[in-house]
Design a protein around this ligand. Sequence first.
Ligand SMILES: [Zn+2]
Length: 119
Amino acid sequence: MQNFLKTSLVVMLFALLSVSAVQAEKDAHKDDIVQGNIICLFPDVDSGSVTPVIATSPCDGKPSHAHVIVDTRGEVGQVYAVEGTDEAITRLEKTSSRKGVNVQGKVTGSQKAWVITVD
Ligand SMILES: [Zn+2]
């Protein structure tokens, strides 16, 4: 009887371990690709709005601003807010090709609010 209990515990432990291995793999999924145009959103405090620009040269020298990507593959034009570490964003800002580019990262969100985390 004790042996049976021991075996059951070992089996349960293995089952738990494989579940967490699958979960870790899911969390590490960072290779989503969005294809489209990278848009700089230059803020204008006076009007309380932004000016969207498809840059043709690096924008890392401009005042701090946010970016979105408009996916040009579908007919909907899904918009992704871009987030990431300072290093990752600077890497993106140093590029000068912003039209029809592939951006790799981790896509999260739902329905009408998508985010891509670049790395
Ligand atoms: Zn920019």
